[in-house]
Design a protein around this ligand. Structure first.
Ligand SMILES: *Cc1c(COP(=O)(O)O)cnc(C)c1O
Ligand SMILES: [Zn+2]
Length: 499
């Protein structure tokens, strides 16, 4: 659609111009720092940072319903810069001129309503939002589009040169960072640090294919993260982990899209998100708070974080209901099928603590945010059940479904609500866990016992010696080939019980 076909009253707003005054704010000591430097922790106290817009209140001059129209009409434009997360430019990166926006097809992911049978199974109606349909097949692309657009802006306007993009990863961050870095070809080099043996072959193939330097380290993600932090403190590298506050901004687009896809009617929703390093839950909380503050939505949804019993520090933290008595303790993780969330010491925990408090205060009730814990068995069974009903959920998507089911079972949410589950990556990235389930080859630490009715395996047709086989080296005659086809077809008809 062309801009001249947009309604007159919003035409001035439709193509966003740079605006606002961004700064980093430290959650440790509350100091603020200028936005035009690559900053990942507070230079004064080492605390984690959030980005805020000092001129945020200017956006309130536009009524909420006008913003809704602006966002809705933007999704019809063919202007590349506003096709992805920057459709919400004013809310997540308004200082960046559109010419620096990097768009690789991220965002705008589908919401797919679960069928009747699956909703009955879960005890509640729900949809998956398929963030595995992003370019590198996980939600990480939202934050990466933001972090790389900002880098592009710094190199274009502020003279930043020789960028090395660096990250530690449970798989998907590295896939995403390598993809976006490769778009800049020789201008940006990328290096990724992975825990050896704790990344699926599909995830490993992604940064390799995009030409990144891939370094495998012993240990788990938390160990790799420490090495990356050391590097970013001592060398000039662009840190692409969600410690980088620009990642959080981009991932807020997930909330904005949910609001848009539900006609900004979010009061009845329970938005379910897996928690690993806790960047995504931070962004989802922050995103809905922004929409609410601008009157774009009038009711906050319930937000539920899910963790596996094998990596549950955030769950344990919120078990204590008295905020003054809560103490955060990192946990030692055990192997988890929700491997992308297998993190014992989430970098964004201070952000979660701050935003949960704000969220609960704004909603006026504690149960506007909750955390639920699920077993490895529940995660696998939920993922496989979802995918037998038309979905493409990864293990973390399965974790969301398991979490939703638990919340209903424990009576913590009303059955009249509607769940929106984050299918954070594409199922294909995590097919090794499906394979382990189907072949009953889980290592005992996972504590998963396959249920027969969810297993599946290919059947092989092996023609007996008297039936010619195309597998033999010799060319079959027409007559031999006809014999083979008839044999195979009759066998299949028998297997399928065809009459
Ligand atoms: C990174 C990731 C998570 C965890 O998100 P955090 O922001 O680290 O909490 C969950 N699922 C998938 C597929 C991921 O890649
Ligand atoms: Zn500080």
């Amino acid at each position: 659609m062309r801009v001249d076909r947009i309604p007159q009253n919003i035409r001035d707003l439709i193509i966003p111009k740079p605006s606002g005054f961004y700064q980093y704010r430290c959650l440790g000591c509350n100091s603020v720092h200028p936005i035009d430097s690559l900053l990942y922790v507070c230079p004064e106290c080492g605390g984690v940072l959030l980005i805020e817009d000092r001129e945020w209140d200017r956006l309130k001059k536009v009524p909420g319903d006008v913003w809704r129209d602006v966002f809705d009409y933007r999704s019809m434009l063919n202007e590349t810069a506003v096709r992805g997360i920057y459709r919400f430019h004013e809310l997540l990166g308004s200082i960046i001129p559109l010419k620096y926006v990097v768009y690789l097809g991220e965002g705008h992911t589908p919401v797919v309503h679960a069928n009747r049978a699956l909703c009955d199974w879960a005890g509640i109606s729900f949809s998956f939002k398929n963030d595995g349909q992003n370019p590198s097949a996980s939600f990480k692309d939202r934050g990466m589009a933001s972090a790389f657009s900002y880098l592009n802006y710094l190199t274009g306007e502020k003279g930043l040169k020789n960028v090395i993009a660096l990250c530690a990863s449970t798989g998907d961050t590295s896939a995403s960072a390598a993809l976006y870095a490769s778009y800049f070809a020789n201008e940006v080099r990328s290096a990724v640090l992975l825990p050896r043996g704790r990344v699926t072959p599909q995830q490993l193939s992604q940064p390799l294919g995009n030409g990144a330097t891939v370094i495998e380290l012993p240990g788990v993600f938390d160990d790799c993260m420490k090495v990356v932090e050391y590097l970013s403190e001592h060398y000039p590298v662009a840190l692409m982990n969600s410690k980088n506050a620009w990642r959080i901004l981009g991932q807020e687009s997930y909330s904005f899209e949910i609001a848009q896809q539900f006609e900004y009617d979010t009061g009845n929703l329970v938005v379910v998100v897996p928690i690993g390093n806790a960047g995504n839950i931070t962004a989802v909380l922050s995103g809905f708070l922004k929409l609410y503050d601008l009157g774009i939505i009038t009711e906050l949804p319930v937000i539920a974080g899910v963790q596996s019993e094998h990596a549950n520090p955030v769950y344990l933290y919120y078990l204590e209901s008295d905020p003054r008595r809560r103490v955060f303790r990192p946990v030692k993780v055990r192997p988890s099928v929700a491997q992308a969330a297998m993190i014992g010491n989430p970098v964004s925990m201070p952000r979660v603590i701050e935003l949960v408090e704000r969220y609960r205060d704004t909603a006026g009730r504690a149960d506007a945010f909750m955390v639920v814990e699920v077993s490895e068995q529940e995660i696998m069974d939920s993922m496989l059940t979802a995918n037998r009903n038309g979905h493409i959920a990864c293990t973390q998507g399965g974790e969301c479904l398991a979490g939703l089911k638990r919340l209903v079972l424990e009576g913590r949410i009303s059955k009249n609500m509607h769940g929106v589950l984050d299918a954070t990556a594409h199922s294909l990235k995590f097919s090794v866990f499906q394979e382990k389930y189907f072949t009953d080859s889980f290592e005992p630490e996972y504590e998963v016992v396959p249920r027969e009715e969810l297993k599946n395996a290919p059947l092989t047709l092996e023609p007996p010696p008297d039936i010619p086989s195309p597998a033999s080296n010799k060319q079959l005659s027409d007559e031999e080939f006809r014999k083979f086809v008839q044999y195979a077809a009759e066998e299949i008809a028998r297997i399928l019980n065809l009459q």
